[in-house]
Design a protein around this ligand. Structure first.
Ligand code: ATP
Ligand code: MG
Length: 409
């Protein structure tokens, strides 16, 4: 039995990046050998085991053959005769297809090291096209390593395009797609993920609502970058630069979907795009079964982001409605995320990335003012039921009027 480190751990060590999880491949062993050594089997599909102490994953060397559509459509063959090279050739990218023994001797039959130096994400073999998930994985690696200068090799992008056009992407489950999307959005350059998906035609399949934003103009006065797709990518880029959480990044990606529905005659204006976009945001949310907090924030940001930008001009009654819609009394964190998404939207404009966003503090102050209304004195005055609700609203409105006056001095 020979054991090698494989995949990300080898790649990231060679790149000088921190290695977080280590995958191992075991050559020359049977399931029985592994069980005898105390490894615990995981997963029904693959011969994969967890190390009894470290908990790291050890997979028996295996070959794969495509036998049908989608992820289930693979036949695996693991046996002690499968060589390291045979195991490595089924992997997605050359930089992921290197192995290392305990002396750090590298096995690199598909020239991963050469591609690391050339900064290329390149498929190992034509079998790449057998698993559509790889389209998303490559786009995600492109987002992660863009800062190091990595790009997708043209011939790999061709295969990704074929996969996108073949209809195979539709065979992926919502869960697997969301896992890739959510990881990609949390990378340093998530906009590159979207760009790569777009370049190979996958964006048009997975999120046609986002794809449709490219080529749609906006008024130059507010949007020097003009193109709505370019603006969306910039907002996402800013969200990553400002280390925003997944919820905010997801909301940034979807906030302007309504602009893709504007009739050409109305360009570059997008009247009521906030409202028109809601059904598209809902559709994308549901398509990938995004987690509840992501879904909620995306819808709220879609509907109210222009309110955020116009915060200082809003009437106290409109401010109150906004705060009520967010339930800032019980959900303060969600309102903070809304403010962050608005700010990333504002900064996601060409040449305006460093402009201050006074709306943020203004909105925080308004929330504090509305929250400061105490319920106890109203209860003591004898209000109850719906009347109590109305009385609280009146007091909050008063507080917001006072706030607006002092804030404008
Ligand atoms: P990360 O740093 O994100 O963990 P990784 O390269 O280690 O990156 P894993 O998903 O942990 O990625 O997978 C480990 C290895 O298994 C990969 O490096 C690759 O060799 C192989 N692999 C994983 N998923 C696929 C796939 N869908 N197709 C081909 N090879 C894959
Ligand atoms: Mg890994």
């Amino acid at each position: 039995m020979r054991i090698y480190k494989v995949g990300g751990a080898v790649r990231d060590r060679l790149l000088g990046r921190p290695v977080t999880d280590i995958d191992w491949v075991v050559v020359g062993a049977t399931t029985e050998d592994m069980l005898a050594k105390g490894f615990r089997p995981v997963g029904a599909d693959f011969p994969v085991f967890l190390h009894p102490k470290s908990g790291e994953e050890y997979a028996l060397a295996r070959t794969e053959r495509k036998s049908g559509r989608g992820y289930g459509g693979f036949t695996f063959h693991a046996s002690p005769e499968v060589t390291l090279e045979e195991d490595l050739i089924r992997r997605d990218l050359t930089i992921n297809a290197m192995a290392e023994d305990d002396q750090q001797n590298l096995t690199d039959p598909y020239h991963g090291q050469r591609d690391l130096e050339a900064r290329l994400l390149r498929h190992v073999s034509p079998a790449f096209a057998e698993d559509p998930l790889r389209v998303l994985r490559v786009a995600r690696f492109a987002a992660r390593y863009a800062a190091l200068g990595f790009t997708v090799a043209p011939e790999t992008l061709d295969l990704m395009r074929q996969l996108s056009e073949s209809g195979e992407l539709q065979a992926l489950t919502a869960e697997r797609i969301w896992k890739e999307i959510s990881r990609a959005l949390m990378e340093d350059q998530p906009q590159v993920f979207i760009e790569v998906l777009r370049a190979c035609g996958a964006l048009n399949v997975l999120m046609p609502e986002v794809d449709a934003l490219f080529g749609v103009p906006q008024p130059q006065a507010h949007h020097p970058e003009i193109d709505t797709g370019a603006h969306t990518l910039s907002a996402l880029e800013q969200a990553a630069r400002h280390k925003q959480p997944l919820t905010v990044r997801w909301a940034c990606l979807l906030h302007d979907l309504g602009k893709g529905l504007t009739p050409k005659e109305e360009w570059p204006r997008h009247i009521a795009h906030e409202f028109k976009g809601l059904k598209l945001i809902k559709a994308v949310n549901e398509r990938f079964k995004a987690p509840r907090d992501c879904q909620e924030l995306a819808l709220l940001v879609g509907e109210y982001h222009t309110h955020g930008h116009r915060a200082l001009e809003l009437k106290p009654s409109t401010l109150l409605e906004l705060l009520q819609s967010f339930d800032v009394y019980r959900r303060p964190q969600r309102f903070e995320e809304f403010i962050a998404a608005c700010e990333m939207d504002a900064r996601g404009r060409k040449g305006l990335e460093e402009r201050s966003y006074p709306q943020a503090d203004y909105l925080r102050g308004a929330a504090t003012a509305a929250r400061s209304v105490a319920v106890q004195p109203l209860l003591e005055k004898g209000f109850k039921g719906p009347e109590l609700g109305e009385a609280i609203k009146r007091e909050r409105l008063k507080a917001l009027k006072a706030y607006k006056e002092t804030a404008s001095i």
